[in-house]
Design a protein around this ligand. Structure first.
Ligand code: FAD
Ligand code: AMP
Length: 475
């Protein structure tokens, strides 16, 4: 067995691991990146959950289905008539695969250009920062790193009595590969993934029912936003059943029979497909040899401090494998911060300023604290909000649903949080993240010139509204 030496070994080639590897190579480290993922033809497929079965393919299908839905429901208002509209699900899925494949290839080229040694296979951390590599093809080998970054990501949670076969009962992988539009689609979990995938198939014609155990939709945002979302989703046709817990599901004669509890009642419904979207857990299984010395939390995450240091010196862990939001950009920025710390400079990520996005239509985005969190923490704040229905651009586009809300400290006016439900919320939230990173006040946003007519004027007006001086609404 050969033993190779590296400055850095990264296990996991998702947005956490591959970004860390590229940044390390830029800083002239000798890097080994190990990732086990292959595509349907057995070729290496770096990019992790995000690129292969998460962020990117889900957005490809969200965009395709949005086009279809807009043509059907919104074009007539613009005076555009379309005859003989049809849908080719196979082509839609192929296009999505093409986008993913293009990006897989781009990453492999980047690894080459940065002289990163890429191993397609499984890595396991042993004692002394030694990593055992089990390649997809060829014999096992070992390597030792001065530093090791664990970036193995996450896998879907499962629930008892609901067995995923990825044909009838699917997780995110199966839900991105349906060969036709299911007539009735059941979804367990009305969280980010459930709402996004539910939107895709509902727009394409499925009757979609979401079962959610919680009493409230999206408790991660404030009630004004979640209630607006619930109203809009209902109008779109998503049937969201709150306070409803799925107890079991079984496949009978090619259909999925779902048993769920609502209060004291137990009921059943039958679906063509069932998507299980009840959250994700750290992929720590099989990652660590018994003598690795790396400690896990009781939830199976790798235990880290605020700098992503594990219990073993010079072994670091990032992304979905550790505490904090399970988001691609959080994983990437942790990767950069760790590598820059290793290189002796200052690596830092502020988890309080990580933006979240749900890519439904309209999109929902937020950053920082909610009103609920501020109230619980006893922090006094002022809130300003502004509806897209009062913006010229929103109305001109025919996309004027939702609003922007900004929360600022009552005394200092420093921005503490923001929530946007509306068109391009995913892009607009960035302005508020920038303002928060620079410790900006709502007055700073209010004094910045925003182009007219744009959707970003709603941010400007919401900032003005914190001080009760919005121009295009009564304060
Ligand atoms: P991962 O992306 O999971 O990458 C880890 C990689 O390591 C995987 O390829 C895995 O196979 C590999 N691996 C694991 N163990 C080993 C081992 N022992 N040896 C070798 N390789 C190993 N986030 C967003 O920010 N925006 C979105 O729009 C978004 N949409 C999503 C949609 C869906 C349907 C899903 C499921 C997730 C979505 N996410 C989104 C979450 C996002 O995918 C994750 O937060 C992100 O991928 C985490 O990155 P990571 O690098 O930590 O791990
Ligand atoms: P997220 O964590 O955003 O992916 O959302 C997952 C959602 O699934 C959460 O809101 C959970 O409350 C919900 N959930 C988990 N288990 C069940 C269940 N058995 N029945 C219905 N909803 C569930």
């Amino acid at each position: 067995m050969s033993e190779k030496q590296f400055d850095l070994i990264v296990i996991g080639g998702g947005p956490g691991g591959y970004v860390a590897a590229i940044r390390a190579a830029q800083l002239e480290m000798k890097v080994l990146l190990i990732d086990d993922r292959t595509d349907d033809k057995g070729r290496p497929a770096p990019g992790g959950t995000c690129l292969n079965v998460g962020c990117v393919p889900s957005k490809a299908l969200l965009d395709s289905s949005k086009h279809y839905h807009h043509i059907q429901h919104d074009y007539a208002a613009h005076g555009i008539g379309v005859k003989d509209l049809s849908i080719d699900v196979g082509q839609m899925i192929d296009r999505k695969r093409g986008v993913v494949r293009q990006l897989n290839g781009g990453l492999l080229q980047l690894f080459k250009a940065n002289k990163i040694e890429f191993a397609n296979g499984r890595g396991k951390l042993k004692n002394g920062r030694c990593v055992a590599v089990e390649p997809v093809e060829g014999d096992p080998w070992e390597a030792t790193g001065k530093h090791v970054i664990l970036a193995a990501g996450s896998v879907p949670f499962t629930i008892p009595n609901v067995e995923i076969d990825n044909e009838h009962i699917v997780d995110n992988v199966g839900a991105l590969e349906f060969s036709s539009v299911p007539e009735r689609l059941g979804i367990i979990g009305a969280g980010v993934i459930g709402l996004e995938m539910g939107s895709v198939w509902q727009r394409l014609g499925s009757e979609v029912i979401l079962f959610e155990a919680l009493k409230e939709l999206l408790p991660v945002v404030d009630p004004d936003v979640s209630k607006a979302a619930a109203r809009i989703f209902k109008k779109q046709g998503l049937d969201i059943r709150l306070d409803t817990r799925v107890a079991s599901a079984e496949v009978v004669d090619g259909k999925v029979k779902v048993t769920f509890e609502q209060g004291d009642n137990t009921k059943t419904e039958t679906f063509d497909k069932l998507l299980v979207a009840v959250g994700r857990k750290a992929a720590s299984e099989g990652l660590l040899a018994e003598d690795s010395g790396v400690q896990l939390t009781d939830r199976g995450q790798v235990e880290v401090d605020e700098h992503c240091r594990t219990s073993v010196e010079n072994v670091w862990a990032i992304g979905d494998l550790v505490r904090g939001p399970m988001l691609a950009h959080k994983a990437s920025e942790e990767g950069v911060a760790v590598v820059e710390t290793i290189a002796g400079s200052h690596g830092h990520i502020n988890l309080d300023h990580v933006p979240w996005v749900i890519y439904t239509d309209p999109e929902i985005a937020w950053v920082g604290k909610t009103e609920r969190q501020l109230t619980d923490a006893g922090i006094e704040y002022r809130a300003g909000s502004f509806p897209f229905a009062a913006t010229g651009r929103g109305l001109a586009m025919g996309e004027a649903q939702g609003h922007v809300k900004i929360l600022a400290d009552a005394e200092t006016d420093r921005i503490l949080g923001a929530q946007i439900i509306g068109p391009t919320a995913s892009e607009m939230i960035a302005e508020i993240v920038v303002a928060m990173e620079f410790a900006g006040a709502s007055e700073d946003l209010a004094r910045i010139v925003h182009a007219h007519p744009t959707l970003s004027e709603a941010i400007h007006e919401a900032a003005l509204s914190v001080d009760k001086r919005a121009i295009h609404k009564a304060n």
